[in-house]
Write a protein that binds this ligand. Structure first.
Ligand SMILES: NC(=O)c1ccc[n+]([C@@H]2O[C@H](COP(=O)([O-])OP(=O)(O)OC[C@H]3O[C@@H](n4cnc5c(N)ncnc54)[C@H](OP(=O)(O)O)[C@@H]3O)[C@@H](O)[C@H]2O)c1
Length: 236
């Protein structure tokens, strides 16, 4: 039977590579994001436009997928939020918005779809960042680190039902919208120089890690933080 995968943020960058890779491996794929345009570019996927920070929108996703067994849930949606101002109000708004986009999106989608995960055999992936392991980005690294704590809880809860839960923590990955308008040639070079392999990551590098964890070889891996970073951070 064809397996079903749900990929949040599946219209661009890393999520698009994951969605296309899963389709290539024979999965039925559902991609979710706020903008319909990028989602519709993923040929062969079912697109659901939704803002995953909003419980009502996630309910709509759940209704659209009602009755379907989900084999792989990739919580890839996330991003960097720029602070708008200097006062405490701006600080609070920036931290809240950063947690909303990087933590609440994954928590709501996972909670909504948990009952539909295949038992046994389901796979849940959360998307963190190297920033959670070495700092960087202010609230961004802190928000991503929240997923590290949560995955332990999820893995313990779901393990007895035959479901794994892991975090992927990418390093510097090019060809995505993540750094749109924020990257300089110097910033790019510094990040490449920080790797041991002397090159930036690509969305395909991250897809290959997802392919392992979502595939038959990943079944005995759970509760882990998997760094995919070219050696920029070691052994954490
Ligand atoms: N690129 C890197 O160097 C890097 C490094 C470490 C970690 N990461 C993480 O990897 C993941 C993928 O990032 P990327 O580099 O591929 O960047 P990206 O191209 O900006 O992808 C992020 C995706 O998330 C979606 N998204 C954002 N907010 C959403 C929301 N509220 N509801 C639904 N979808 C939402 C976006 O679509 P819409 O805007 O249409 O909603 C977009 O498709 C992110 O979690 C990011 O933090 C990236």
């Amino acid at each position: 039977m064809t397996k079903l995968a749900v990929v949040s943020g599946g219209g661009t960058g890393i999520g698009a590579a994951i969605a296309c890779g899963l389709i290539g491996d024979g999965f039925e794929v559902v991609v979710i994001g706020r903008r319909p345009g990028p989602l519709e570019e993923i040929k062969g996927a079912q697109a659901i436009a939704a803002d995953l920070r909003e419980p009502g929108e996630v309910e709509r996703v759940r209704e659209a997928l009602a009755g379907r067994a989900i084999d792989v849930l990739v919580n890839n949606a996330g991003g960097y939020v720029t602070r708008d101002g200097d006062g405490l109000g701006a600080v609070a708004a920036n931290w809240r918005a950063t947690f909303d986009i990087n933590v609440i999106t994954a928590v709501l989608l996972t909670e909504a779809l948990l009952p539909q995960l295949s038992r046994p055999g389901g796979r849940v992936l959360l998307f963190s960042s190297i920033a959670a392991q070495r700092g960087g980005g202010g609230p961004y690294g802190a928000a991503k680190a929240a997923l590290h704590g949560w995955v332990m809880e999820l893995a313990a809860q779901l393990g007895p039902q035959g479901i794994t839960a892991n975090v992927i923590a990418p390093g510097y990955v090019i060809d995505t919208e993540f750094f749109k308008g924020r990257m300089t040639p110097e910033g790019h070079q510094a990040r490449v120089d920080a790797t041991l392999v002397g090159q930036p990551g690509t969305p395909d590098d991250i897809w290959q890690a997802v392919r392992w964890l979502a595939g038959p070889g990943g079944g005995w891996v759970t509760g882990q933080i998997i760094g995919v970073n070219g050696g920029s951070v070691l052994g954490r």
